[in-house]
Design a binder for this molecule. Structure first.
Ligand code: IMP
Length: 433
């Protein structure tokens, strides 16, 4: 009856999608539990590139049932576009393979408009959101005036609710200066049509997950974003508006902790972030460019959702240890180790300094990271191309040493290492224990 949870251990974009795609081969269901189309997964399967924002990466495994949990916020236009794309490719042939929780919340055009308007008006400067309406939709949920997916069961009434919500937003004094306001009547009509099309996908996802677990099936909870973007536990206010950490999987799917087996944190062998906020190990100039890549490849460090170049830096083991704690990680998957090949001396952040004080653990929550300077350990580099490595012993000694040092500093075993974008470019660490 296992529930395995895959979470991002950094600021998102760790490569969770490819790890979920791999683990989904052994799972019966894959369920997304938080966020919305702010997420983006790039998967490379048999030389084809797939970009998904809402539908779990497990959809590429034909036997897997995919679920969108109650903790998510759904833009129906985006979901329908993804469904159409998957139908055209013959990957999704019936609504039986994809279910949307009736308790998930709906993103409407006013949320998208407000996201941009709020960004422009923030006293502390922009958060750098994806402008997909995520924050305003979660704000409406918390204020108990949101629209839920289950409301789509009556498309006519749902369309009227959307119209009213958009009208209320447009009427807000001073709302969206300089931005095109969504049209309430048009939004209502469009959303009623979306509702007709999405009704066959609605279900009680918590019940489906519970029944499956009780029957001994394996369910994989697929995280989006990352630990440091968590509304409570991340670098507030430079965070998203949901709970991407492992406990969020339980809340966002409507299931208790009893069934949890593995909690796998995905971490890049270096570190990236999009949007604003503190980043103690951030690099600039040619060093950052080296980690980012040129943008020619889909796996280079440019946002899947917004195309923005990602900020890049060295792996921060202090934050990784924090991710192990907050998520209760049982193991780590280290991605993109191949990108460090050719770097003379890759660095790991092992502590922080503030004035004369030195900290090996976070002295306070990550919201106050800006006050600290990274302290580094320099490791020997390796020149070898890792693309063909499939076993621990295929990795050069310096790369193995890097992984072992990450394990020791994070206080968590690394169970797999990715060395390229293809499905098979993964080294199981067990092979070296
Ligand atoms: P929002 O989720 O669009 O409100 O954006 C809030 C912050 O989270 C911004 O810094 C975004 O860049 C960041 N963010 C949201 N989703 C992702 C993601 O999937 N990967 C990386 N960063 C993300």
């Amino acid at each position: 009856m296992p529930l395995d949870i895959v979470v991002g251990s950094q600021w998102g974009d760790e490569g969770k999608g490819r790890i979920v795609d791999l683990l989904a081969a052994e799972a019966d269901m894959v369920a997304r539990y938080s966020g919305g189309d702010n997420a983006g997964h790039t998967l490379t399967v048999a030389g084809r590139i797939f970009r998904l924002h809402l539908v779990p990466s497990g959809i590429l495994q034909p036997h897997v049932l995919c679920l969108l949990g109650n903790g998510m916020v759904i833009n129906p236009a985006r979901l329908l576009a993804e469904i159409e794309q998957l139908q055209a490719l013959g990957i999704l042939v019936s609504p039986d393979r994809l279910k949307l929780s009736s308790a998930a919340h709906i993103i409407t055009p006013i949320h998208v408009a407000l996201d941009s308007a709020e960004e422009a008006g923030r006293a502390r400067g922009e958060i750098g959101t994806t402008r997909r309406g995520i924050g305003p939709a979660y704000a409406d949920k918390a204020a108990r005036r949101g629209l839920r997916a289950g409301d789509m069961r009556d498309p006519g009434a749902f369309g009227r609710q959307v119209q009213q919500q958009v009208q209320a937003g447009v009427d807000l004094p001073g709302s969206q200066p300089g931005l095109p306001a969504p049209h309430p009547v048009e939004a209502g009509r469009t959303y009623a049509a979306y509702a007709e099309r999405l009704c066959p996908y609605l279900a009680d996802v918590g019940e489906i997950v519970y029944r499956a677990l009780e029957a001994g099936r394996t369910v994989l909870a697929e995280g989006a974003q990352g630990t440091l973007l968590d509304l409570d536990h991340g670098t507030y206010p430079y965070v998203t508006s949901s709970s991407p950490t492992a406990p969020g999987a339980l809340l966002g799917l409507g299931i208790g902790p009893r069934h949890v087996r593995r909690i796998l944190g995905v971490a890049k062998a270096f570190q990236t972030r999009v949007g604003s906020g503190p980043f103690p190990t951030e690099l600039t100039g040619t060093e950052a460019d080296r980690l980012r890549g040129s943008g020619e490849n889909p796996w280079d460090e440019f946002g899947t959702t917004t195309g923005r170049p990602r900020r890049c830096g060295w792996l921060d083991a202090v934050l990784l240890r924090y991710a192990v704690r907050v998520n209760g990680l049982t193991e780590l998957a280290l991605t993109k180790l191949d990108v460090l090949s050719g770097i003379e001396s890759p660095r790991l952040c092992t502590a922080y300094r503030a004035g004369r004080e030195r900290f090996t653990d976070l002295p306070d929550t990550p919201a106050y990271l800006a006050d600290f300077t990274a302290v580094y350990e320099d490791l020997p580099g390796w020149a070898d191309n890792l693309a063909a490595a499939r076993a621990w012993t295929d990795l050069p000694p310096a790369a193995r040493r890097y992984v072992e040092r990450v394990e020791a500093l994070a206080g968590c075993p690394v169970s797999m290492i990715s060395v390229g974008p293809q499905r098979e470019q993964v080294v199981p660490r067990e092979s070296g224990r």
